[in-house]
Design a protein around this ligand. Structure first.
Ligand code: CMP
Length: 140
């Protein structure tokens, strides 16, 4: 498997509790490299575009409001099989179902406020990375 990139967000519930460093430590301990990173605050409309695929879901409004409720840290992670590797480091969407030692098992507060986002496929990763980062910001 070739080196791959995935997109990650450290969500407002985690930045609010100053967990960026602890989450980054888990990412780096897993062998993934953080090759781009920035802290920013989304508007609800910007969050809505990012989560467009969930527009029809009952939690869409709540999700967009939460993602705009505080700073996020957007990241590009690189490594072998990065998309699947990061999903393993994150754990299941619902922290009650997440494996021990994963980011969500340790830090997530609920299914909605679940500390991190990671791309679900390499194609999605490309779209998500280009929504947040320009080529000039991807320095490796
Ligand atoms: P994420 O990986 O960012 O992708 C979509 C997000 O929707 C997910 O993480 C959760 O934060 C959120 N989500 C999924 N299911 C629910 C739910 N049942 N209620 C509230 N939020 C949810």
């Amino acid at each position: 498997m070739a080196v791959q990139r995935t997109f990650s967000i450290i969500k407002p519930d985690a930045t609010k509790r100053d967990l960026t460093g602890a989450i980054n430590a888990k990412i780096e301990a897993s062998g993934l490299r953080i090759v781009a990173q920035k802290r920013l605050r989304l508007t609800e409309a910007q969050a809505g575009v990012f989560y467009e695929v969930h527009r029809e879901r009952p939690f869409y409004g709540e999700l967009c409001a939460f993602m705009a409720s505080g700073p996020i840290v957007a990241q590009v992670l690189e490594g072998e099989n990065a998309v699947a590797a990061y999903r393993k480091v994150m754990g299941a969407t619902d922290p009650a179902e997440a494996e021990a030692g994963t980011i969500r098992a340790e830090f997530a507060e609920s299914k909605g406020e679940n500390s991190v986002h990671g791309s679900d496929a390499p194609e999605t990763a490309e779209v998500e990375i280009s929504y947040f980062f320009s080529g000039l910001e991807l320095v490796g």
